[in-house]
Design a protein around this ligand. Structure first.
Ligand code: GMT
Length: 398
């Protein structure tokens, strides 16, 4: 196998740029690849929030969609395919790596159809979760998602569970390679914990619980409030809510209704994620589904134990009983109670909390190392490029 460091690639990375796991993974991966000397071209309608404005070896291509009164829904997918083809022509991209299948995988395929064979990049689709489990299986998207996966030269998924789910629901012939997400444990470190920062959210004798997400219904943000209410009845505690989304207002309203509003800080989306996460004593993630749970991993890397739902790929990230607890989702009331009980039990035992905190940090550091993950993506790229060039040669020989 070719040594990955020998060949510098031109890689297009397509993602949803807003605060959300798939955009974070795409951005962090792109920055790691750029640090290894590859040329990384990001494509989106807005600069992804973790990508700095000017950064060595990275380029940003804004996808602009012309609106016209005829269009109720301006066709972003077509504008993206056009931008991809334009940049492929200009920069001879080797690879287009799309994150989140919809609508990126079909845009990548359209782009390859617009180019002559010798200019066509290889296409790789990384599945992140609801592109398979929710949006992708919806009738309006199922066929096109299946088709675009079959047309991708490579498919990866962020957890074993998501890989299984993809095979089960889409019955595709292409293999799905599992490449779990990663965290930079130097950036997401407990060292950011400071009395001064923490004092903005909780007193010295109060526990600080936290949650971070895009506040979509699948995250069960209202359950975070309900769990916290139970915890706060037993322990002096405060809650820090990071992020925004459709369930932000309902979460505020519920906190007010339950009379705990002054104990909860709604911080909105923040850029200094490690600085905030490392102030927490415990991270809550009661989601209905998580293909992976990157926010939980980032909290663990900051030395914060996690109490989460036993769902999707979360058991591959959070080890139950050592760096956190996982609770069944089947019955919401029971889950809320179980998660509150686990939180109270853990925080009431300072030695256990310290053990869990150290184990969480150690697991994040040793099992989800960026270097190893980026090596795997590089090998995946080279293998697909080699396969495509073999097929091309066979085609020209025939
Ligand atoms: O599927 C989504 O909701 C979108 C996506 C995102 O952009 O936030 O989240 C998914 O991808 C993350 C990164 O791989 C995973 O950590 C999240 O678990 C996953 N979300 C869900 O599966 C609900």
């Amino acid at each position: 196998m070719e040594n990955t460091s020998e060949r510098k690639l031109k890689i297009g990375i397509v993602c949803h740029p807003a605060h959300g796991g798939s955009g974070v993974v795409a951005s962090e991966l792109g920055l790691e690849l750029a640090a290894r000397g590859h040329h990384v071209h990001f494509f989106s309608h807005t600069l992804p929030f973790r990508v700095p404005n000017a950064h060595p070896n990275t380029f940003f291509h804004e996808v602009e969609v012309t609106s016209y009164p005829l269009f109720k829904y301006p066709p972003y997918t077509l504008a993206l395919a056009t931008k991809l083809a334009e940049v492929c022509r200009e920069h001879s991209l080797d690879i287009i790596h799309v994150h989140y299948a919809i609508p990126h995988a079909i845009a990548a395929w359209l782009c390859t159809r617009m180019l002559p064979a010798e200019q066509r990049p290889a296409t790789i689709t990384t599945l992140h979760g609801t592109d398979i489990t929710l949006v992708g299986i919806d009738n309006s998207f199922f066929e096109i998602t299946r088709f675009s996966l079959e047309k991708s030269d490579g498919i990866t998924a962020v957890s074993d569970q998501l890989g299984e789910e993809t095979r089960r629901r889409f019955n595709i012939d292409n293999p799905v390679e599992i490449i779990p997400n990663f965290v930079d444990s130097e950036k997401f470190a407990p060292g950011f914990r400071s009395e001064a920062r923490r004092a903005a959210f909780a007193g010295p004798d109060e526990f600080l619980l936290g949650h971070m997400s895009n506040f979509r219904p699948v995250k069960r943000v209202l359950d975070v409030i309900r769990i916290f209410q139970r915890v706060h009845r037993e322990l002096p505690a405060r809650l820090l809510m990071i992020g925004e989304g459709v369930d932000l207002e309902p979460a505020r309203n519920l906190a007010a209704e339950l009379g705990i509003m002054e104990r909860v800080t709604f911080l909105g989306p923040v850029d200094q994620v490690p600085e905030m996460l490392s102030q927490l004593d415990l991270f809550l993630l009661p989601s209905e589904y998580e293909s992976f749970g990157l926010a939980a991993l980032e909290a663990m890397s900051c030395g914060v134990p996690v109490v989460a739902s036993r769902t999707g790929g979360l058991p591959e990230v959070v080890k139950n009983g050592s760096c956190g607890y996982l609770c069944e989702f089947a019955n919401v009331e029971a889950k809320v109670k179980a998660m509150a009980d686990k939180t109270i039990g853990l925080l009431s035992d300072p030695q256990k909390t310290a053990r869990f905190s150290a184990a969480a940090r150690e697991r994040a550091r040793s099992e989800f190392d960026p270097g190893r993950t980026v090596d795997t993506y590089e090998s995946c790229y080279l293998r697909i490029l080699a396969k495509n060039s073999l097929l091309e040669n066979q085609g020209s020989d025939a």
